[in-house]
Write a protein that binds this ligand. Structure first.
Ligand code: PGA
Length: 252
């Protein structure tokens, strides 16, 4: 058993208006009241961040953005900076989600800049990495993950790495209902931890929380969480209903 505190994070993606977000949080908070051995994170869209931070103040729920730009400010229409997030009270930011990489052409070089900026602004990055179906079929999973980690974390110190979160999200499992088996998730996350130890720092690799993401549901979370190297879950679809997400948080 590791002494890494588990993190259960709900990524709402492009779902929920502000009013929907507010009703969700009112329903959700009492359902997870008293949970202290799991870090709970909600990642709403930008338009609900302020409301959700306001409603969760003083609670056991942290609020994360789903993305941010690496510049402090400037002529970047449609983008959001780190200080815009921290000014609201946001603590975390998801970076490099496979949907950002695939549909919005995010690359590892930009991600490295985003991670450095987030860390310098005191935002905790949740860096997503993962292989496609083709990568796995062709035996390229490890090569792909290693490349994403080395490039994305290029400018991160050992201390910074220790406080970060990595989410292993196989693209073939996201939103498909096809969850990785606990064995595949464990083996791949173990590989990520070993790579971080070899390429960066062994102490930091032992401390960094590594989550699994991809069709996590109330009926498969306990099995995933029983694996040694899996420190939590990044959940999409099953985080959209307050009662389901509360069940995930209360997986024990
Ligand atoms: P999913 O999404 O749980 O709907 O598969 C996971 C994610 O994209 O973080």
């Amino acid at each position: 058993m590791s002494d890494r505190t588990p993190i259960i994070a709900g990524n709402w993606k492009m779902y929920k208006t502000s009013s929907e977000a507010k009703s969700y949080v009112s329903e959700f908070l009492p359902l997870v009241d008293g949970v202290s051995d799991v870090e709970i994170v909600i990642c709403p869209p930008y338009t609900s961040l302020a409301d959700v931070v306001h409603m969760t103040q003083g609670s056991n729920v942290l609020v994360s953005a789903q993305n941010m730009h690496y510049e402090d400010e400037g002529a970047f229409t449609g983008e959001i900076s780190a200080s815009m997030l921290t000014d609201l009270g946001i603590t975390d930011v998801v970076l490099g989600h496979s949907e950002r990489r695939e549909y919005f052409c995010e690359n590892d070089v930009d991600l490295a800049k985003k991670i450095t900026k987030a860390l310098s602004a005191n935002l905790r990055p949740i860096l997503c990495v993962g292989e496609s179906d083709e990568d796995r079929e062709a035996g390229r999973t490890e090569e792909k993950l290693k490349g994403q980690l080395i490039k994305g974390l290029a400018d991160v110190s050992a201390d910074q790495l220790a406080g970060m979160v990595v989410a292993y999200e196989p693209i073939w499992a996201i939103g498909t209902g096809k969850t990785a088996t606990p064995q595949i998730a464990q083996d791949t996350i173990r590989f990520i931890r070993e790579t971080l130890a070899a390429e960066f720092d062994a102490g930091a690799a032992a401390q960094v929380r590594i989550l699994y993401g991809g069709s996590v549901k109330p009926d498969n979370i306990a099995e995933l969480m029983s694996e040694d190297d899996i420190d939590g879950a990044l959940v999409g679809g099953a985080s959209l209903k307050a009662s389901d997400f509360a069940q995930l948080v209360n997986y024990k």
